[in-house]
Write a protein that binds this ligand. Structure first.
Ligand code: ADP
Length: 377
C-alpha cells in the first residue's frame, strides 16, 4: 500500500501545470477558492518532479517549453506509481479535433479548450474526482468480495472433504450390509458432496475470471479451438459429438486461455443439452467491423427465447438434476468476453437447437473501444 493510499485525503490536491504565469495564477486562484489544495509547475520537468506529492488531478497545459504536455501525460501513465492520476489537458492553442484526440489518446481523462469559464473548470475537476472515487469504491468492494469468496471456498473445502471421505468409507464398509433405504441415504450424501464440490470449484473459477486478468495479444482462435477440443476429447468421443468447422478460425485479439475456456463451455453445454440425435456443433466466424463474430450452433434441445437473457446470469439454470450443472458456465463466458471488449447472445427455440453468437476484438484498438452491451438480433 502506498503512502497516498494509507491516509485518505479530505482535500484533493491539484497540480496546475502551465508555463504562462498569468493563466496559471488565475486557475490556481479559482481552484483554491473552490477548496482545493493547489501545487504549481511552470514546465513539464517541474510537473514530473512534483508528482512525488501524489496530486489527485493534474491540469496539464499541452504546450510546455521543455516537454510536450502529451509526453508528460504518457510518462505519468507509464509510471506505476502515478498511472492512476487524473489528467485534464487544457489548451488555448491546440483547438482542432485532432489535437483533442491526440491529447486523449496520450492518456488524458478530459480535454478542455480555452476560454474555460471558472465554474466549468471547477465542475470538470469535481466530475473527474467523482469518477475516480466511484472506481476506487468498486475496486475496494471487488477486493472484499474476493477475500470473501476465497475465504468461503477454502473454509468450505476442508469440512466438505471430510464429509465426502467419511461417507465414502462408510459406503465401503456397509457394502452388502446396508438395506436399500440406507444405500439411498448414503448415495444422497455422496451426491450432495459432489454437487457442493462442483459448486465451490465453479464459484472459484468465476471469481478468478474477475480477478486474474490475463494480458491479451494477437492469438489464433483456431489454436484455442484445437486446445478446447483436445481438452474435451473424452466427452466428445463418448457422446459421438461432431465439431464441424469448415473454415480455419481467424486471428483475434484475446487472451487465448480464456477464449479456449469459452469454447469449452459452449461445446460441453451443446453435448450436455443434446437432443435425440448425436450432438453436432457447427463452428464459424465472420469479421464484423472491428470484431470477429463467432457462432457455435448445435442441434440440441434448444432454449425457449424468453430465457435467452436469463441463462447468462450467475447460477441461473433452466433444468434440475436431470442435467448436472452449476449455472456458472455461460455467466463465465459472458464475463470473459465482456472483459475482452466483446459480447455474447443466443438465438434459439425450444427443441430446435441453440446458436450462441459472440464477438471478440480483431485487434488491440477494438478491444479498448469495448462493446459490453448485449447484442440482440
Ligand atoms: P449449467 O450448464 O451448469 O446449468 P450454464 O450457465 O452453462 O450452466 O447454462 C445455463 C443454462 O442455459 C443451462 O442450465 C441450460 O438450461 C441452458 N443452456 C446452456 N447451453 C445450452 C445449449 N447448448 N442448449 C440448450 N440449453 C442450454
Amino acid at each position: 500500500m502506498t503512502a497516498a493510499q494509507a491516509k485518505p485525503r479530505t482535500v484533493p490536491v491539484v497540480l496546475n501545470v502551465d508555463d504562462y504565469a498569468p493563466g496559471r495564477y488565475t486557475r490556481t486562484t479559482i481552484l483554491r477558492q473552490a477548496g482545493f489544495t493547489v501545487l504549481e509547475a511552470g514546465s513539464g520537468e517541474e510537473a514530473l518532479s512534483l508528482l512525488t506529492h501524489r496530486p489527485d488531478v493534474v491540469l496539464l497545459d499541452v504546450n510546455l517549453p521543455d516537454i510536450d504536455g502529451r509526453q508528460v501525460c504518457k510518462r505519468i501513465r507509464e509510471n506505476p506509481d502515478t498511472a492512476g492520476t487524473l489528467v485534464l489537458h487544457l489548451t488555448a492553442s491546440n483547438l482542432l479535433p485532432t489535437d483533442q484526440v491526440a491529447g486523449l489518446e496520450s492518456g488524458a481523462d478530459a480535454y478542455l479548450t480555452e476560454p474555460i469559464a471558472p465554474e466549468v473548470l471547477v465542475a470538470t475537476v469535481k466530475a473527474l474526482l467523482r469518477m475516480r472515487r466511484a472506481e476506487e469504491n468498486l475496486r475496494r468492494s471487488n477486493e472484499s468480495l474476493r477475500s470473501l469468496t476465497d475465504m468461503l471456498s477454502h473454509e468450505l473445502r476442508e469440512p466438505l472433504r471430510q464429509v465426502s471421505v467419511f461417507a465414502e468409507l462408510l459406503h465401503e464398509r456397509l457394502k452388502d450390509k446396508a438395506d436399500a433405504e440406507e444405500e439411498m441415504f448414503l448415495g444422497n450424501v455422496l451426491a450432495g458432496g459432489r454437487r457442493l464440490n462442483a459448486l465451490i470449484e465453479a464459484v472459484l473459477s468465476y471469481s478468478r475470471s474477475i480477478y486474474d486478468v490475463t494480458p491479451m495479444s494477437d492469438v489464433s482462435a483456431q489454436e484455442a479451438l484445437d486446445a478446447s477440443v483436445n481438452e474435451l476429447e473424452l466427452l466428445i468421443a463418448e457422446s459421438g459429438a461432431r465439431i464441424i468447422c469448415e473454415q480455419p478460425l481467424p486471428e483475434v485479439y484475446a487472451d487465448k486461455l480464456s477464449l479456449a475456456r469459452v469454447f469449452s463451455n459452449l461445446i460441453s453445454n451443446s453435448i450436455k443439452y443434446r437432443g435425440t440425435d448425436p450432438p453436432e456443433i457447427r463452428v464459424s466466424a465472420v469479421p464484423e467491423d472491428q470484431f470477429v463474430r463467432f457462432c457455435f450452433a448445435d442441434n440440441g434441445i434448444g432454449i425457449d427465447p424468453k430465457y435467452r437473457a436469463l441463462i447468462f446470469d450467475v447460477f441461473k439454470r433452466l433444468h434440475g438434476a436431470e442435467y448436472p450443472g452449476t449455472g456458472i458456465g455461460l455467466s463465465l463466458c459472458r464475463r470473459i468476453l465482456e472483459s475482452m471488449g466483446g459480447s455474447i447472445w443466443v438465438e434459439s427455440e425450444a427443441g430446435k437447437g441453440a446458436s450462441f453468437y459472440f464477438t471478440v476484438p480483431r485487434f488491440r484498438e477494438a478491444a479498448s473501444t469495448g462493446r459490453s452491451a448485449y447484442k440482440w438480433t
